[in-house]
Design a protein around this ligand. Structure first.
Ligand SMILES: [Zn+2]
Length: 460
């Protein structure tokens, strides 16, 4: 793996000639932000004592070093942002053609998905990425729904494990979920906690950190116990907090009216929606619309979401004071629901209405570089270079907190290749302190039982 500066424009032209594809020359292909073409230049010298995580992450830039576990190249945040921005308004055909030069970043599933998109793009060369996913989704949707129904069936078969009082709640969840995947609107109780949970996950997709903080604070307001307490009226303290947090000069609600609490909650949800509208964030706008309908007791259609389903299921399990064992049985089945990170069909269905930027973001997500603590912090691993390794998000997730010494789930050759690059850079460019590398290898051995060969490392 060597530094290979990427000049996408060149690759684009080369592929065009080689492939004899649809003629894309009618499209103006922008050159990626010049940052992406910078070579990796360490912004530190000599001692590594003050090395920041972000600087170390950039070490993966431009294919310089691969994942310690799978050896594949990884995208840095800067590279991802640059790709997102470049393809923001481009047709899918241009995107997939150019992605051909990044095939060595993707695993089999990623390549299969890109190939599917590329094939479809040839028929619709001007279509945006979501239109291509929409064209691919009928088959995907059918397969996905089959698997989801199968899982729901398995869950409902377990209802006897729950006390009688919770069974109807489970039946309702399953019925609502069937409606969800069949595209039917349904009535569901409004839950401030659930809204808060969903919004906080989505709010990270907002562009400005201030907006994220602003909507999250407003969502917290909604979880105040006063809204559930039937006999406690709203008071001035609550309302001045609402005004302050929502940054509103006034409200137009008669606090003595019967449905005053409902109106205040709608007032807050509308403020959240407004903030999302300012950023054109359709996912949050939709969530607000659905939540408003739930609050008013009206039927609403919502997309099926694994996370929301798991959340609701665990709420039911918690209310029924199920044992940890029973919770585990249910959650193991829940885990079988196809996710967009492990199922192409789920990815296609999830993203078919998303913008180019969101789709590209989701597509690259698993291949992003992350800092892996070789010895986990829970086992008192240090938080410095001697205990850091670079791993793709996917491998980092697989590693998690599980014991990889007895059951190593990765390529056993990858770590040596990873260390070879670090040794090379240390010998030639003084990028690293040899002592740190010895410690890195030592930590890695402690956790994985894999001994890397450091004989080429020059130690003075
Ligand atoms: Zn990896």
């Amino acid at each position: 793996m060597k530094i290979a500066p990427i000049t996408l424009n060149n690759i684009y032209h080369k592929r065009n000639i080689e492939n004899n594809h649809t003629d894309y020359s009618q499209y103006r292909v922008p050159v990626l932000n010049s940052n992406l073409q910078d070579k990796f230049v360490p912004s530190f010298s000599g001692s590594f004592i003050n090395l920041h995580k972000s600087t170390f992450r950039n070490y993966a830039q431009n294919r310089h070093i691969g994942c310690i576990y799978c050896n594949r190249h990884m995208f840095t945040n800067k590279e991802r942002d640059s790709i997102c921005k470049t393809f923001k308004d481009q047709p899918s055909a241009v995107f997939t053609t150019l992605m051909g030069s990044f095939f060595d970043y993707f695993d089999e599933a990623g390549i299969e998905l890109l190939n599917k998109m590329d094939n479809m793009s040839m028929s619709y060369p001007k279509a945006k990425i979501n239109k291509i996913l929409q064209a691919l989704s009928p088959d995907s949707e059918d397969r996905l729904i089959d698997l989801q129904k199968q899982t729901f069936g398995e869950i409902i078969n377990l209802k006897k494990l729950l006390p009688e009082s919770s069974r109807s709640e489970l039946e309702r969840l399953i019925q609502n979920s069937y409606d969800c995947i069949n595209g039917k609107a349904f009535i569901q109780d409004y839950s401030a906690k659930e809204f808060n949970y969903q919004l906080k996950r989505l709010s990270e997709s907002l562009n400005k950190p201030q907006t994220t903080a602003y909507v999250n604070n407003m969502a917290d307001l909604l979880t105040h116990p006063i809204y559930k307490a039937e006999n406690t009226p709203l008071n001035n303290k609550i309302m001045s907090n609402v005004l302050r947090t929502t940054k509103s000069p006034h409200y137009n609600i008669d606090l003595t009216s019967n449905n005053a609490k409902e109106k205040v909650q709608l007032f807050i949800i509308n403020k959240i929606k407004k903030a999302a509208e300012n950023e054109n964030n359709t996912t949050i706008i939709n969530l607000c619309d659905i939540t408003k309908k739930r609050l008013l007791g009206q039927p609403a259609y919502s997309k099926f979401s694994n996370k929301a389903f798991t959340y609701k299921l665990n709420e039911i399990l918690g209310n029924s004071s199920s044992t940890d064992e029973i919770k585990e049985i249910f959650n193991n089945i829940c885990n079988k629901l196809p996710k967009s990170s492990n199922s192409i069909d789920a990815f296609i269905v999830k993203n078919k209405d998303a913008t180019n930027m969101a789709i590209i973001n989701n597509l690259l997500d698993q291949y992003m570089v992350t800092i892996e603590h070789i010895v986990p912090s829970s086992k008192e691993g240090a938080n410095d270079i001697s205990n850091w390794a670079l791993a793709c998000k996917k491998c980092n997730g697989i590693h998690g907190s599980s014991d990889i010494k007895t059951n190593y789930p990765f390529d056993r050759e990858a770590p040596q290749e990873y260390f070879n690059i670090i040794i090379d850079d240390c010998n030639n460019k003084n990028f690293f302190n040899p002592k740190d590398i010895i410690k890195m290898a030592d930590n890695f051995y402690k956790i994985t039982d894999i001994k890397v060969d450091l004989s080429k490392l020059k130690v003075d």
